[in-house]
Unconditional design. Structure first.
Length: 317
């Protein structure tokens, strides 16, 4: 296993707890053109110049990863190239590591997280664009091309042996990117910051006044509860931000690989753990899993979880 994947499996991230200067101020940058969401970088720094330098570096890293993981408009060396040509040679290490995470969680989730489901997900993407539900026969045909064993990783070469298969890493990319961007910020000596990638919040250190306070959204509006964290990630998968309404029915963007339709067991699943990649993959997996199977996987991964059921009731562990 590669270095990053080994860290994810162990869910161990060792972060410095020292401050970033004897006198610090709060700064914030919002990046609006990455990962189809608003990304917010909040940090405590000793000067405007320090924050600007780190913020620019964080943005550059997120931009690089956004382009690599783009399955539609990414350029040379991206997942878009892999999907269009069926092969990616000299693949970037970050693509290799992200794909490894996807394969790992396919096994851990019993197939409930499947990055090889691009053919099915593209039909739902079209449905959100057109307002017309996918045809069941088209979904069934697309499902014939989602066998993750047809994703072959050999050294730095990635091959799709099924020409009709495509990769979609939307379920795991933001968490991975948050971890990578945090490493960049830490490399500049920053030890008190939070990075929010649209429902995926990674914190490092504490604020000068104490732990970071993260609000968990109520699917029906407002804040359901708050949690205090440091050196942890809070990741939510839910049906209330990315969805479409077709013929009066609401359809979320999280597709159950077994039904080929949006999962409906929960309104949201929030995971609290040390590693953002783990949190992202786990929250998506649990959103499609029954509660007992989900609890077993969460315990195996050492994560805290809050489930919000379709009727608004909650369960946590």
């Amino acid at each position: 296993m590669r270095r990053y994947l080994a860290i994810l499996v162990a869910s161990i991230v060792l972060l410095s707890l020292c401050g970033c200067g004897t006198s610090v101020n709060r700064y914030e940058s919002i990046y609006t053109d990455l990962f189809d969401t608003d990304c917010t970088f909040t940090a405590y720094c000793s000067s405007d110049e320090e924050f600007e330098t780190v913020s620019n570096a964080v943005y550059a890293e997120l931009s690089r990863l956004d382009a690599l993981f783009d399955i539609y408009d990414g350029g040379e060396g991206s997942l878009a190239e892999l999907n269009s040509s069926g092969i990616l040679e000299n693949a970037d290490e970050d693509i290799l590591e992200l794909l490894d995470i996807g394969v790992l969680f396919y096994d851990l989730s019993g197939g409930k997280l499947n990055i090889a489901m691009g053919s099915v997900l593209s039909l739902w993407h079209d449905a959100r664009e057109t307002g017309i539900l996918p045809d069941d026969e088209a979904l069934a045909e697309a499902a014939n091309h989602c066998d993750i064993s047809n994703l072959i990783i050999d050294g730095d070469t990635v091959t799709l042996t099924d020409p009709d298969m495509s990769i979609d890493v939307g379920s795991i990319a933001k968490g991975y990117a948050a971890d990578c961007a945090a490493e960049i910020a830490e490399s500049y000596g920053l030890t008190s910051f939070a990075l929010d990638l649209g429902g995926n919040v990674k914190t490092v250190g504490e604020k000068p006044t104490g732990k970071w306070i993260i609000g968990i959204q109520d699917p029906d509006g407002g804040i359901l509860k708050t949690v205090e964290v440091s050196d942890q990630s809070v990741v939510t998968s839910g049906d209330y931000e990315r969805y479409t309404i077709i013929d009066g029915e609401t359809y979320s963007h999280i597709i159950d690989p077994d039904t080929l339709y949006p999962a409906t067991l929960y309104r949201s699943v929030t995971v609290i753990c040390e590693n953002s990649s783990l949190g992202d993959a786990l929250s998506t997996s649990l959103f499609c899993m029954d509660i007992e199977s989900g609890k077993a996987l969460a315990e195996e991964c050492g994560a805290e979880v809050l489930w919000v059921y379709a009727d608004g009731s909650t369960e946590s562990m």
